[in-house]
Write a protein that binds this ligand. Structure first.
Ligand code: FES
Ligand SMILES: [Fe+2]
Length: 420
């Protein structure tokens, strides 16, 4: 978030406030087929081409602080283990013994010098998943030990977060993040810690949960309290990054500005949030707007001056999603109990999440009924279109079932990479 980006966002907001229609030449959207939220075939294609090929956040580097530390990750619907090797490198493997498939670790997290299957004690080393010992070798005919290593997944880190990707040929994490990474720069990611975690199961397709956080068209209608909303969606400035990521910065409403002593929507200045400890270097824009980034496919991050939550959407099946939200910030207290100001923030954020949740199951009931066949998406909801486009791009437009496909329209509106 350098000065140039902040100036661009400010100019984009001024443009958004002033416009009377979508920009000249902006393409009309067709309806997004609701079968994308109901079809088992489409869900299976997403599993194969999106979830098995995307980088997703698995945890934090401090979750595996010492060599041999590991944790299990089941969020992708396959059993994975993340482990720090004796060389300190963090790697990912399937938690699947190559004898008959039993898990090589059973505890959710722990520490192990070697990964020893508890069924018949086949044993793998932690650095490469190499099979190094097994009982009664004489009883196997022509066993090729090298073929029987633990299968690997890709594992890379950014800002203290561990990302995994099941696709061994995936582009490197930083290349895939592109310029979306710059939004994390002020946070000195290695200093962040998990502050609290919440989770709920929602009976709806995972994209219904994601879409709820990709626009602020809804904001004043479901998140108003005492008749006033904190955001002014008419000024929301958006950036579409390659690879399905996007950014949205939304100005505060006049009511919120009044409470903070801001003279105008762009009167961005330091806002004291004591007793919270402010993070040095977070731009004033973050304190005086809603500044959020979406990392495709399943993380939405509304940044704050004291830290940020990440909302994660994990598909369980085509009609069930686990929605997790985890708050990360530098932690300046000891022990597990949240100080009162953090408990207050948690309660406030949970309230917003509850307001978002309320529509989700009923929306799924509707898309499962004959009552609606497509969503007419508007210009200020274009991040939803961008997100769906990327799903089709990964599936491969030729594979998307007839009638469900997205026209690929928005690439001309992507931000060009700053490194070029
Ligand atoms: S299944 Fe692991 S040793 Fe047999
Ligand atoms: Fe919302």
């Amino acid at each position: 978030m350098d000065d140039q980006l902040i100036a661009k966002i400010k100019a984009d907001m001024a443009y958004e406030f002033a416009r009377e229609s979508p920009p000249e030449g902006f393409p009309p959207f067709h309806d997004i087929s609701t079968q994308r939220h109901t079809s088992q075939e489409f869900y299976d294609l997403e599993q194969e081409h999106v979830w098995a090929k995307s980088w997703v956040i698995a945890g934090r580097v401090e979750d595996v602080a010492e060599p041999g530390d590991y944790f299990q990750m089941k969020d992708l619907g396959v059993p994975l283990i993340i482990v720090r090797g004796t060389d300190s490198v963090i790697r990912g493997f399937y938690n699947t013994c190559q004898h008959r498939g039993a898990p090589v670790v059973r505890d959710e997290r722990g520490s192990a010098r070697r990964l020893r299957c508890q069924y018949h004690s086949w044993t793998y080393e932690v650095d490469g998943g190499t099979l190094v010992a097994l009982p009664d070798e004489r009883d196997f005919v022509n066993l090729d030990w090298e073929q029987r290593c633990l299968p690997k997944v890709r594992c890379e880190t950014f800002a203290g977060f561990i990302f995994v990707n099941r696709d061994l040929d995936a582009a490197p994490l930083l290349e895939w993040l592109g310029d979306s990474a710059e939004m994390f720069a002020p946070y000195q990611g290695d200093q962040l810690r998990e502050i609290y975690r919440e989770s709920m199961i929602i009976p709806c397709n995972w994209k219904i949960t994601a879409e709820a956080f990709l626009e602020v068209y809804h904001f004043k209608h479901i998140h108003s309290h005492d008749g006033s909303s904190s955001l002014d969606n008419r000024g929301a400035a958006m950036g579409l990054y390659p690879n399905g990521h996007s950014r949205m910065v939304t100005p505060f409403s006049s009511q919120r500005r009044g409470g903070l002593g801001m003279d105008a929507w762009d009167d961005w200045k330091p806002i004291d949030q004591a007793p919270f400890a402010m993070i040095d270097g977070v731009p004033d824009m973050v304190s005086c707007t809603s500044t959020a980034v979406s990392l495709f496919p399943n993380a939405i991050i509304p940044f704050g001056a004291v830290g940020f939550p990440i909302n994660f959407f994990w598909p369980v099946d085509k009609r069930t999603t686990r929605l997790d939200w985890v708050y990360y910030a530098p932690k300046d207290w000891e022990g597990d109990e949240l100080p009162a100001h953090w408990a207050g923030l948690r309660k406030h954020y949970n309230q917003i999440m509850e307001e978002d949740r309320m529509n989700m199951a009923p929306m799924q009931e509707s898309v499962d009924s004959p009552a609606i066949s497509g969503f007419p998406i508007n210009y200020q909801e274009r991040r939803i279109w961008h997100f769906h486009e990327e799903i089709d791009r990964l599936i491969g437009p030729d594979r998307v079932p007839k009638g469900l496909a997205m026209d690929l329209l928005l690439e001309p509106y992507w931000e060009s990479p700053s490194s070029v």
